[in-house]
Every structure is written in C-alpha cells, then in structure tokens.
Design a protein around this ligand. Structure first.
Ligand SMILES: CC(C)(COP(=O)(O)OP(=O)(O)OC[C@H]1O[C@@H](n2cnc3c(N)ncnc32)[C@H](O)[C@@H]1OP(=O)(O)O)[C@@H](O)C(=O)NCCC(=O)NCCS
Length: 170
C-alpha cells in the first residue's frame, strides 16, 4: 500500500552555493508569475550574492529560494529580488522563515530596512511582506518604481517598491 501521509521531513535553510544555480533556474520556472532570469544570472545570485540569499531544501530537493542583495549605495537595506516556494511547500510559513533567516545573517548586521518590488496583482507577495512587517512591528510604505510604459516598454506591469523598517531584531 502506498503511504499517503504528509511528508513531515524537515526543511533545512542554508546559504546557497553555485551548485544551486541551475536548480534555482528550474524552481523559478515552476513559480509563475516570477520572471525567469538566465542561468548565468541565477549562478551569480548563488555565488556573488550567496550571503544575502537562502536556499530551502527538503529531502535533497530545492523547495524554496530567496535571492537578494545589499544595494551598493544603500548599506542599511536588504533588497529582496525574488521569493520562490515550490507549490508543494506553500502555506506553511516557509517564505517568511526564509526572510527572517536572511536578516539574521552577519551579512545583514548593518541592515535596518528591507525593500522589494511587487506588481499590483501579486496578492500572495503583498500578503507575505505585510505579514513580515507586522511581525517585526515595522512600517511598510510603497511607491511606483518601475513604470509599465516608461521602463518596461509596455511589456510588463508596473513594479511597486515596498520599504519595510526599521526592523526590530528578532
Ligand atoms: C508568494 C510565495 C513566496 C509565498 O510562499 P509561502 O511559503 O506560501 O508563504 P508563507 O506561508 O510564508 O506566508 C506568509 C504570509 O503570506 C500569506 N500568503 C501566502 N500566500 C498567500 C496567498 N496566495 N494569498 C494570500 N495570502 C498569502 C500567508 O497567509 C502569510 O500571512 P499571515 O502570516 O498573515 O498568515 C509563494 O506563493 C510563491 O512562491 N509564489 C510564486 C512566486 C511569487 O509570486 N513570489 C513572490 C514575488 S517575489
């Protein structure tokens, strides 16, 4: 008989490494509406920007990932580039766990604010960052950042910049 009980194996969070790049590319492809980047870009996210990213593994499978970096002119800010959680891992607090993991890193010791950009219709993403801000007792502001026609040639919806902070250390 096949075991149909839910898989309770733990999900391990860790610093990404370059062997994750190709698997990250595949995960993002399975997580619409995320934009797919080149494999090369994913490799850079997993190497140059590893300390400000997080990989989530379950039974050896990559089930979640956050890419991010500290913008060169904003050393107090962690910019979250993409958040991806495989369909099977959603609704269990994994995305929020990964956000908390990044801000707890030594690489983020000078970070007081988090930023990301989101399209207006990505309700899951808005809910995630609102929830993170609420947990931290932090203010969340937003403004249009990359505009559909001006910056995307009409080919992509406008992206709104969210800024969350100051972040209380948890
Ligand atoms: C968005 C995404 C990362 C959320 O991952 P997740 O692990 O399921 O999120 P969590 O379980 O940590 O949820 C965090 C909060 O967001 C809320 N949330 C998550 N998905 C939601 C959805 N689809 N609709 C409404 N709220 C949602 C949760 O209820 C929770 O809020 P709470 O703390 O108030 O209860 C995941 O759905 C995903 O990968 N989507 C496709 C890619 C994408 O859109 N990424 C975000 C853009 S960068």
């Amino acid at each position: 008989m096949t075991d149909k009980s839910p898989d309770k194996s733990p999900i391990e969070l860790r610093v990404p490494h370059k062997d994750d790049g190709y698997r990250l590319h595949q995960l993002v492809a399975q997580c619409p509406p995320l934009d797919e980047n080149s494999i090369y870009c994913n490799l850079l996210q997993c190497s140059h920007f590893a300390e400000t990213g997080v990989a989530a593994e379950k039974n050896g499978d990559l089930v979640g990932f956050i890419s991010g970096y500290i913008p060169p002119r904003q050393p107090d800010t962690i910019f979250v580039w993409q958040v991806a959680v495989h369909e099977k891992g959603r609704g269990q607090g994994l995305a929020k766990r990964m956000l908390n993991e990044i801000v707890a890193r030594d690489a983020c010791s000078d970070v007081t604010h988090m930023e990301t950009t989101i399209t207006e219709d990505n309700q899951a993403s808005w809910a995630l960052f609102r929830s993170f801000a609420r947990d931290r007792g932090a203010e969340l502001t937003h403004r249009e950042f990359f505009e559909k026609d001006t910056h995307f040639g009409g080919e992509h919806d406008s992206e709104y910049l969210l800024r969350i902070g100051p972040l209380a250390k948890s």
